[in-house]
Design a protein around this ligand. Structure first.
Ligand SMILES: [Zn+2]
Length: 212
C-alpha cells in the first residue's frame, strides 16, 4: 500500500479521530495525534485541520495557536469549510494571527456559503461586532478629514458625515474601479462619490487601521 494513496491516508485519519474522540478506540489524545500527524504529513486536508484544532485546544500537544495557524490556513486555502470556520474565529480573537475582523467575516461568510453548520449565525454575529467597533472608532476620532481604507470609512470630516457613516447611508465597497466611497442617489441607485456630499471635503485613501 502506498502512503500517498488518498484512501489510505483517510483510514489513518479515521483511526486518529477514533482515538481523539474515544469512539471505537479508547480515548488517547497522544496516540490520536500520531495518526493525525501522519495523515497530515501526507497532505490529507481533514487531518491537517484537526491537527490544527488539537493545537488550538491543547489536546495531546501543548496548546499553541502559532502552530495551529499555518495548518488551519492550509486547510482553509484547500476550501475546507470547517477549517474556514475555525480560521475565521482565530482572526476574530487574534489567536496565532493578527486580529482582523474583516478577514474573520470574509472567511465565515465563505464557510456559510458552503452551508457549514452554524457559520451563518457566526457571520451575523461578527458583522454586528464590526458595526460596534466601527462606531466606536468613528466616534473616537477627531472630525477633521474624510479617510477611507480598502474596506471602510476610517475617519470623517463633519458631523453630517459621521451620522451618514454610522447609519451606513455612505459606505466603502468594492467596485470595478477598486474600493470606492458609495451612497445612494435620489433614484436609489448606488453611486460612487469622491468627496463628502455635505461639506465637500475630498476623500483620501489611508491604510486600514486593524487596531480596533
Ligand atoms: Zn463632510
Amino acid at each position: 500500500m502506498s502512503e500517498k494513496d488518498g484512501s489510505d491516508l483517510e483510514s489513518v485519519y479515521t483511526v486518529g479521530m477514533a482515538y481523539m474522540t474515544g469512539s471505537g478506540r479508547p480515548l488517547d489524545y497522544r496516540e490520536g495525534i500520531k495518526y493525525l500527524q501522519k495523515a497530515a504529513d501526507g497532505g490529507f486536508v481533514p487531518a491537517i485541520r484537526d491537527l490544527a484544532v488539537a493545537y488550538l485546544n491543547g489536546l495531546g500537544v501543548p496548546p499553541n495557536a502559532e502552530k495551529a495557524y499555518p495548518l488551519m490556513k492550509t486547510a482553509s486555502d484547500a476550501l475546507d469549510p470547517n477549517a474556514m470556520y475555525h480560521l475565521a474565529l482565530m482572526y476574530e480573537t487574534g489567536a496565532g494571527v493578527e486580529r482582523d475582523l474583516y478577514e474573520a467575516l470574509r472567511l465565515m461568510a465563505y464557510s456559510a456559503g458552503m452551508n457549514f453548520t452554524g457559520a451563518a449565525e457566526e457571520a451575523d454575529r461578527i458583522e454586528g461586532e464590526i458595526d460596534g467597533e466601527r462606531k466606536r472608532r468613528l466616534f473616537s476620532r477627531p472630525i477633521l478629514k474624510l479617510e477611507i481604507s480598502d474596506v471602510d470609512i476610517e475617519a470623517v470630516c463633519c458631523k453630517s458625515m459621521l451620522d451618514a457613516a454610522v447609519a451606513k447611508d455612505v459606505y466603502v465597497d468594492e467596485t470595478y474601479m477598486g474600493p470606492m466611497l458609495l451612497t445612494e442617489d435620489e433614484n436609489g441607485d448606488e453611486a460612487a462619490i469622491t468627496e463628502c456630499p455635505f461639506c465637500k471635503t475630498k476623500a483620501v485613501r489611508v491604510r486600514r487601521d486593524k487596531k480596533y
